[in-house]
Design a protein around this ligand. Structure first.
Ligand SMILES: NC(=O)c1ccc[n+]([C@@H]2O[C@H](COP(=O)([O-])OP(=O)(O)OC[C@H]3O[C@@H](n4cnc5c(N)ncnc54)[C@H](OP(=O)(O)O)[C@@H]3O)[C@@H](O)[C@H]2O)c1
Length: 243
């Protein structure tokens, strides 16, 4: 796979006002990004003039279209915005709320920026979760939405490969942000995770496990069943049709 770099590139990070998104902005700036478009629901200034705040509720088609019209050049789209709320699958609404942001929001933003990324032969980085692979008790709707987004990531990878756009999935374990503030479990600092995400991206990894827990839990991933099947299906998909 082609190696990608952050230096001198133009990135859009969704959910960039706090948590892992803000850490990804900082990590990209440290690596010499030219411009970081910081997608957020409520605009907040950033002290670095390379950061351009962009109003972007990923569930709002008007925001998504306006962002895509305003940003002319983009090399890397980081779909980071996400929600996670506990539930017990009693109420279908909770699953719908998770899907609206974690699946359909990710899809809407990516679709809007595919023309930009095709022109730049750029990249999509989808922030998923280790919960996409194995649900955490108490967060079934979150896990289902992330599992769906992980599947979507594989499909996007296959669909966009012909356009020269690389698609990367990120599978973090617990990160020390508001999302898991109430949970008394070991967490990795957000900036450490963000740096590992960009390390993985720059190394050309399709699947990025950016913290000690996710890295240890997925030893052998690259030769495992999921990855082997994904590659086999991609080869099938890429095979010319028989007349
Ligand atoms: N923290 C973890 O342990 C962990 C683990 C694995 C994966 N992740 C993933 O990492 C990503 C970032 O999470 P985080 O830990 O940084 O969580 P966080 O601190 O709760 O931040 C979530 C971010 O997403 C934004 N967001 C939520 N709904 C949005 C919408 N409709 N449109 C645009 N932005 C929206 C929030 O904006 P507002 O400020 O406007 O609400 C905020 O910027 C998520 O995709 C999450 O699933 C987190």
């Amino acid at each position: 796979m082609t190696r990608r770099t952050i230096a001198d590139t133009r990135l859009l990070v969704t959910g960039a006002n706090r948590g892992l998104g803000l850490a990804l902005v900082e990590a990209a700036l440290r690596r010499g990004a030219a411009t970081v478009y910081a997608g957020m629901r409520t605009l907040e200034p950033h002290p670095d003039r390379r950061v351009v705040p962009v109003r972007l509720d990923v569930t709002d088609p008007t925001d998504v279209a306006a962002a895509a019209a305003r940003i002319h050049h983009l090399d890397v789209l980081v779909n980071n915005a996400g929600v996670s709320l506990p539930d017990g699958l009693e109420d279908r609404r909770s699953l719908e709320d998770h899907l609206a942001v974690n699946l359909f929001g990710l899809l809407a933003v990516t679709t809007a920026f595919v023309p930009h990324l095709t022109r730049s032969r750029g990249s999509v980085v989808n922030v998923l979760s280790l919960g996409a692979i194995a649900p955490v008790p108490g967060l079934p709707s979150y896990a289902a939405s992330k599992a769906a987004a992980a599947s979507l990531t594989q499909s996007q990878r296959a669909l966009l490969a012909g356009s020269g756009v690389s698609v990367h999935g990120v599978y973090p374990g617990p990160v020390d942000t508001d999302m898991v503030r109430a949970l008394d479990i070991p967490k990795t600092p957000a900036l450490q995770v963000a740096e590992a995400v960009l390390d993985g991206f720059e190394a050309g990894a399709e699947d990025i496990f950016p913290d000690p827990l996710s890295a240890s839990a997925t030893t052998g991933w690259d030769q495992g069943t999921v990855k082997t099947l994904e590659r086999a299906n991609l080869a099938l998909f890429a095979r010319p049709a028989v007349a």
